[in-house]
Write a protein that binds this ligand. Structure first.
Ligand code: KG4
Ligand code: ZN
Length: 350
């Protein structure tokens, strides 16, 4: 009788200000997902300082890898592959996880798999809902990206629309700063919005009715700034909770409307959400209500798979490993890189 051995994938993520390491068993079981957030270090600068982020990653990465292996109760040689984010992100930060993964894979003679960070965010939905089949739609909302994507496979994505200026998460962070809230601003505004009136101010919903699947959030940010200045010039207290609630209402309104429009235009009936802003409570509940009304299926990852984490890197790494993908050790870090697409041959950009 033969007993099938477990397949272990080690995932490594260091694209921005979270050092993360995860251990995945047989593609679905997240045995360990460690995230060392640097938010407290960057907070005093009001945003991520790239050089500081790289140094923090260097300090955290090896203890996290050791801790993950101990948590899984396995020896390094028992791993099936090592997957690490190689793009997009801060190059200095990416390099720390990427070089660690490549060095370990070389020393242990294991396959190395370079993973696209945004594709991994999207693939978190497949991890959350293994019954999810391609093609499905994804609203990708992170700190640096906002897009609507048709997902055709682990390495095959069609960009249907994207932001022309600020990303949704970026707008949250900038508005939080205007309101005097600490970095990262998304969770702060989410918490505060519950205490405010979302109808107190009618902020612009740019491109809401233009028929495209693109977004624009920079005008909304400016509208918030003008409202804050108006109160300050009149020596009135800034109604922080009402502004937070009204700002969030405008962002979520557009994100939900465009996602529904994408479903109508493509005829795809399963929607998903990915990225840090997928943790937003209003977005989660309003998207659920809109999908329910139109009999569309919706998958949203648990909070642990929304913000930056390495379980999603291991998850997409496993799907790629099963397809026979092996990356060369010459693979470099890239600050910008489109989602892979079979049609345009983008998968071979690596
Ligand atoms: O995906 P992510 O962790 O990192 C990137 O790949 O960019 O996204 C981080 C972004 C930040 O802008 C943060 O403020 C935002 O996600 N975010 C939120 C919430 N939690 C995190 N935005 C709105 N509501 C939240 N609850
Ligand atoms: Zn991310």
């Amino acid at each position: 009788m033969s007993v099938l051995a477990d397949t272990w994938i080690l995932g490594i993520e260091s694209s921005c200000d979270e050092t993360a390491v995860a251990l995945l068993r047989n593609g679905t079981e997240v045995v360990c997902s460690l995230v060392a957030s640097q938010a407290a270090v960057h907070r005093r600068f009001g945003g991520v300082v790239p050089e500081v982020a790289s140094r923090q990653h260097i300090e955290s990465i090896h203890p996290l890898i050791a801790q993950a292996l101990v948590a899984g109760g396995i020896q390094p040689r028992e791993l099936g592959a090592i997957a690490a984010t190689y793009a997009p992100g801060l190059v200095g930060a990416l390099l720390v996880g990427l070089v660690s993964a490549k060095a370990a894979a070389w020393a242990l003679d294991l396959p190395f798999i370079g993973v696209h960070h945004l594709a991994a965010h999207i693939w978190a939905n497949v991890m959350a809902n293994p019954a999810l089949t391609c093609p499905f739609l994804c609203l990708l909302v992170s700190g640096g990206h906002t897009a609507l994507v048709r997902v055709k496979g682990p390495l095959d994505y069609d960009l249907l629309g994207e932001t022309l200026d600020d990303a949704a998460g970026e707008a949250y962070d900038k508005v939080a700063r205007l309101l005097g809230l600490p970095y990262p601003g998304g969770p702060e505004i989410d918490r505060l919005a519950v205490l405010g009136n979302p109808k107190a101010f009618k902020f612009p919903r740019a491109m809401r009715y233009d028929g495209s699947l693109d977004f624009s959030f920079s005008g909304l940010k400016t509208a918030v700034r003008l409202m804050v200045e108006k109160h300050q010039q009149a020596h009135m207290p800034v109604p922080v909770a009402d502004i937070a609630a009204s700002f969030q209402a405008a962002v979520v309104d557009v994100l939900v409307a465009k996602s529904i429009q994408a479903a109508e235009q493509t005829g795809i009936t399963h929607l998903t959400i990915a990225g840090g802003v997928a943790a937003n409570s209003a977005l989660r509940s309003q998207m659920a209500a809109a999908c329910n009304e139109r009999h569309l299926a919706l998958t949203i990852p648990p909070l642990s798979l929304c913000g930056d984490n390495a379980a999603m890197i291991a998850g997409l790494g496993h799907a790629m490993w099963r397809q026979g993908v092996r990356s060369p050790l010459s693979l470099g870090a890239r600050s910008r890189l489109a989602l892979p697409s079979l049609a345009s041959g983008d998968t071979d950009k690596r």
